[in-house]
Design a protein around this ligand. Structure first.
Ligand code: GRF
Length: 205
């Protein structure tokens, strides 16, 4: 049977380790997806270099050329649509999406966040989790809505906090889980197994 590969568009601004994990899982035959394009707001982002190494199309869209987030996101949306992207993957993308982009891809944008939402939305969340003294943290894959890290939760992985953890060690252990969790969520989506009921995302078996 021919397996349908979902067309992904990845938005990334930095290191790109989640992008790399997705590429690796596709290459290993564990993720039925095809990355159509990687778009970045940072010209020389490491993520762009990683994509180029694998012959994946890259596109830098310079925020300085646009007035306001909506105008920028309109161009991003047009590019994603032109590439036939079915699911948009935020992988360390450092811009907050405007409603323009979110509305173009309703429940078709995923993000990964390095904490157990709804605890610790925003930035530097591994440090905030440590400072707060939580015993468990982890990562969350969620659909993107118009709020900041507020969309329906798809999957979460729990990472225990150790007494001798610092920001770096906790971040590294969370990242290990991110690299597995994101591909799992994308695979579930591509198999049509995610049912959204209000805020709840049910995984069909
Ligand atoms: C990850 O920790 C992810 O959860 C957050 O940004 C970081 C991106 O890392 N949204 P990378 O660029 O994928 O290595």
């Amino acid at each position: 049977m021919q397996i349908k590969k979902i067309a992904l568009g990845v938005l990334a601004s930095g290191r790109g380790s989640n992008l790399q994990a997705i590429i690796d899982n596709i290459e290993a035959g564990q993720l039925d997806a095809h990355i159509r394009i990687v778009i970045s707001d940072v010209k020389d982002a490491c993520a762009m270099q990683r994509a180029a190494q694998y012959g994946i199309k890259t596109c830098f869209i310079d925020p300085k050329q646009f007035k306001g987030r909506e105008n920028y996101d309109q161009v991003v949306a047009e590019r994603l649509k032109a590439e036939g992207v079915e699911l948009v993957i935020l992988a360390g993308y450092m811009r907050i999406l405007s409603s323009t982009l979110v509305r173009e891809f309703p429940y078709r944008i995923m993000n990964i966040h390095p904490a157990l939402l709804p605890a610790f939305p925003g930035l530097h969340v591994q440090r905030k989790a440590l400072e707060y003294g939580v015993k468990f943290s982890g990562c969350t894959v969620h659909f993107v809505d118009e709020g900041l890290d507020t969309g329906p939760i798809i999957l979460q992985a729990v990472v225990p906090v150790q007494d001798d953890d610092n920001e770096e060690s906790l971040s590294a252990r969370i990242l290990e889980q991110e690299h597995k969790l994101y591909s799992r969520a994308i695979q579930l989506y591509s198999e049509g197994r995610l049912q959204i009921e209000g805020r709840r995302v049910r995984v069909e078996t």
